[in-house]
Design a protein around this ligand. Structure first.
Ligand SMILES: [Zn+2]
Length: 318
């Protein structure tokens, strides 16, 4: 598989997992893989993933079949995630149980302490299992569904229906809007105190991502966007969103909080941001998010100390 430049990838983007769809084709192939010594199992419980604490942070706790079944019982349902190097990975929903092999931790809270490969693998497992958990019944007729294709498809069991259901990912836009030397920041009331971030929202049916950028910025801040360029994307497994990141130019400056989704919005210069970080009046989004990347790439266009250096000096706890 082709690997993109690491610098263009955001956290949770898998670059080493081969999803190996050919391995999902028959139950016999999957049964052989499950019993293979090269297979590893990733237990997930609700929003929690199974990890091992190490001096430098966390690693995914990847269990052999014997280790898995001793701790969580017989494997009855799973999703085949794919292979990485010489190992095949399966994710499965479990009831939490104490184990010498690891502990359950919320993915969002441990993501910054995982290496990028394991963050991507656990994000993939959590997102697809969340879809599985919510699709036990057919959305068309209400009958039970049954897993096919290594857990990547759920098929309705009603003979008159048999509808196939596939994993869904919800597209959302996230955008850093510039005007002159300033960028537009918004704040939601439920965020940690003093945190400001870029503007974001879900793409609606019948809408392109670029149209969603224009609409969301106008709805939330009253600002008119005159141009937008694509930056990068990030799978955001809380629970199953694909964030499409943009940089945009504003045609106007006057802010009005039209849809009340934000409790505050403002234009900030680089100087105001660095002063805000130094005095604790302003906090950036977590650096695992594409919002941080969008702000960082705008901020660092001007010479001087990088945004990450500044942030690490004043907000080490993230
Ligand atoms: Zn059905």
């Amino acid at each position: 598989m082709n690997h993109l430049q690491l610098s263009s990838l955001n956290l949770f983007s898998s670059q080493t997992t081969d999803r190996a769809p050919e391995q999902r084709s028959t139950e016999t192939t999957l049964a052989c893989l499950i019993n293979s010594e090269s297979s590893r199992f990733l237990p997930v419980s609700g929003t929690n993933v199974f990890v091992r604490r190490e001096a430098s942070g966390y690693r995914a706790a990847l269990l052999s079949l014997i280790e898995f079944e001793k701790t969580f019982g017989v494997l009855v349902d799973y999703v085949y995630l794919g292979r990485e190097f010489d190992q095949h990975y399966f994710a499965t929903i479990v009831e939490e149980n104490s184990s010498n092999h690891g502990e359950f931790v919320d993915l969002r809270s441990c993501a910054a302490l995982l290496d990028e490969r394991h963050a991507a693998l656990l994000s993939y497992a959590r997102a697809i299992l969340n879809w599985r958990k919510t699709q036990s019944f057919c959305g068309s007729c209400g009958a039970r569904t049954v897993a096919r294709s290594g857990g990547h498809m759920l098929q309705c069991t009603a003979p008159q229906c048999t509808r196939e259901h596939y994993p869904r990912t919800d597209p959302a836009i996230i955008v850093l809007v510039e005007h002159g030397d300033e960028a537009l920041f918004g704040r939601k009331s439920e965020w940690p105190e003093k945190r400001y971030s870029t503007i974001a929202g879900f793409v609606e049916p019948g809408e392109s991502a670029e149209q969603a950028v224009i609409r969301e910025v106008a709805e939330e801040t009253g600002i008119q966007v005159e141009s937008a360029s694509y930056h990068s994307s990030q799978p955001w497994p809380f629970p199953g969103t694909l964030m499409l990141g943009y940089h945009a130019q504003a045609a106007s400056r006057s802010i009005s909080l039209n849809d009340k989704e934000l409790e505050d919005a403002c234009w900030l210069s680089r100087k105001q941001i660095s002063e805000g970080l130094a005095t604790g009046r302003f906090q950036l989004p977590t650096d695992i998010s594409i919002s941080f990347r969008l702000i960082e790439d705008w901020y660092n266009k001007k010479d001087g100390e990088s945004l990450r250096t500044l942030r690490n000096r004043y907000h080490k706890d993230g």
